[in-house]
Design a protein around this ligand. Structure first.
Ligand SMILES: Cc1cc2nc3c(=O)[nH]c(=O)nc-3n(C[C@H](O)[C@H](O)[C@H](O)COP(=O)(O)OP(=O)(O)OC[C@H]3O[C@@H](n4cnc5c(N)ncnc54)[C@H](O)[C@@H]3O)c2cc1C
Length: 416
């Protein structure tokens, strides 16, 4: 069934009896050509592009819980292409271009909203860094504008401009950045993949890999053994635990990141805004809630819940930037498990096991990467060669000294 305005009107007039399930609930088959482990955004996008762009059939996505239950449905929904380094920016620009056509491509309303993202600067040195980053973005085909204090005030008059501890000296505006409804991305890719014959199998946990003579034969799951010629793993915060079952130790640590939503307010924040003197980012959802977050909790964990000191820290930063936030009530908050890599950049690579491929290390920036990650992982699974915008995302880059350290803080996963 194709979705359209006409279909919505027709169903409204005929008692909504014509809607069909958005995807099937198939039993797992004994064998597939390609098994994708993890039904998050990246796994579902991979399956979608494998079927649509690379012409593969006999594909399954195995998800231990329900699709959208992981980070794809837990993030603060920000998309952007405002990276500095050559290893990253062409990839994120490719992703943003895919976001721009995604809803038409998979025929699902994901509420892609390019409302702009503004990174504030509070010192002269920060302004220099923002200018350098903006130039790198423009050279890579993205967009960037450097605003002065008056330019920021025109867009966000309610920020703390008077007698602030961290005076606002300007900001780097990336107009094509914005937000996307996160769980709709999982649903849209799932529906699109299912329409092309992909089996999406929920409540199916991968518990081990069957490997013989260095070659993958299939996966052990909570619903029995499933054979596969190729297996792609995209399990985000569970990466180290899953790849350990294939005998691999990854340069990844898992940390929890929290997100928060306030009570609904009248339209207040036009775009996405980030504080440059503390870790705080905020946008406003279409229902009116302020959606915001900050730092990860600073210890390793696989728990999908966070702790109060970070709640305090995030809200302190928020109130320093937007004093009016002190009057707003917090409605809810939650946590997700982040696959923090040592240099803050991801991996899309083969492994030493023939036929086993890995996608992970997305830290807290993998939502914006979803379309490009799926496309590039599908390219790798299909052709055995990295896509041209993902050639730097190698697992051996720490051995060869080719780190992609966007923040320049070294091998400190908690600081990226
Ligand atoms: C609070 C928060 C805010 C964030 N904000 C942003 C943001 O604003 N912008 C941005 O770009 N990124 C953001 N991120 C990061 C982004 O959400 C993640 O990097 C991205 O979603 C990870 O990829 P995924 O969607 O495939 O992960 P997930 O949705 O977590 O998918 C992985 C799936 O693998 C499944 N799985 C795990 N183990 C197994 C197994 N053994 N067998 C089968 N299935 C398994 C899990 O159940 C899960 O569904 C945020 C994350 C959090 C938690």
């Amino acid at each position: 069934m194709r979705y359209s305005g006409f279909r919505v009107i027709k169903e409204a007039l005929t008692g909504h009896k014509g809607w069909t399930p958005a995807w099937r609930d198939p039993e797992p088959k004994n064998e597939y050509d390609i098994v994708v482990v993890g039904g998050g955004g990246h796994g579902l996008a991979t399956a979608y592009y494998l079927a649509k762009e690379f012409g593969h059939a006999r594909i399954a996505v195995l998800e231990k819980g329900w699709i959208g239950g992981g980070n794809v449905g837990r993030n603060t929904t920000i998309i952007r292409s405002n990276y500095l380094l050559d290893g990253n920016e062409p990839f994120y620009e490719f992703s943003l271009k895919l976001w721009e056509g995604l809803e038409q491509d998979f025929n699902f309303n994901a509420m892609v909203s390019q409302r702009g993202i503004l990174n504030l600067v509070h010192t002269d040195a920060q302004r220099d860094a923002a200018r350098r980053r903006g130039n790198a973005m423009i050279l890579n085909g993205s967009d960037a504008e450097l605003l002065d204090t008056a330019g920021v005030r025109a867009l966000y008059p309610f920020l703390n401009f008077s007698n602030a501890r961290f005076p606002i000296k300007g900001g780097l505006l990336h107009r094509r950045g914005g937000t996307v409804r996160h769980d709709a991305v999982a649903w849209g890719y799932a529906r699109g993949a299912d329409q092309r014959g992909v089996d999406i199998i929920q409540n199916c946990e991968v518990t081990g890999f069957r490997i013989e003579n260095g070659k993958i034969l299939g996966v052990e799951t909570s619903r029995g053994y499933i054979g596969a010629k190729k297996v792609g793993v995209a399990v985000a915060g569970s990466s180290s635990r899953v790849m350990e079952k294939a005998g691999m130790r990854l340069p990844i640590e898992s940390h929890v990141l929290q997100a928060f939503v306030s009570e609904g307010l009248k339209p207040m924040i036009p775009g996405v805004i980030t504080f440059g003197a503390g870790h705080f980012y905020c946008s406003q959802s279409d229902k009116g809630g302020l959606v915001f977050g900050g730092d990860i909790d600073m210890y390793n964990t696989y728990a999908q819940r966070g702790n109060l000191p970070v709640v305090e820290d995030v809200i302190e930063s928020g109130v320093a930037l937007i004093p009016a936030l002190g009057r707003v009530r917090l409605l809810r908050g939650w946590g997700g498990v982040m696959d923090m890599s040592m240099d803050g950049s991801p991996f899309i690579d083969r492994t030493q096991v023939e036929g086993l491929y890995f996608n992970g290390g997305w830290c807290y920036g993998g939502f914006k990467a979803t379309p490009a990650s799926g496309w590039c992982f599908a390219h790798l699974l299909s052709t055995d060669r990295p896509h041209e915008v993902a050639t730097a995302f190698r697992l051996d880059r720490f051995r060869s000294g080719r780190m992609i350290d966007e923040k320049g803080v070294g091998a400190q996963p908690n600081l990226h």
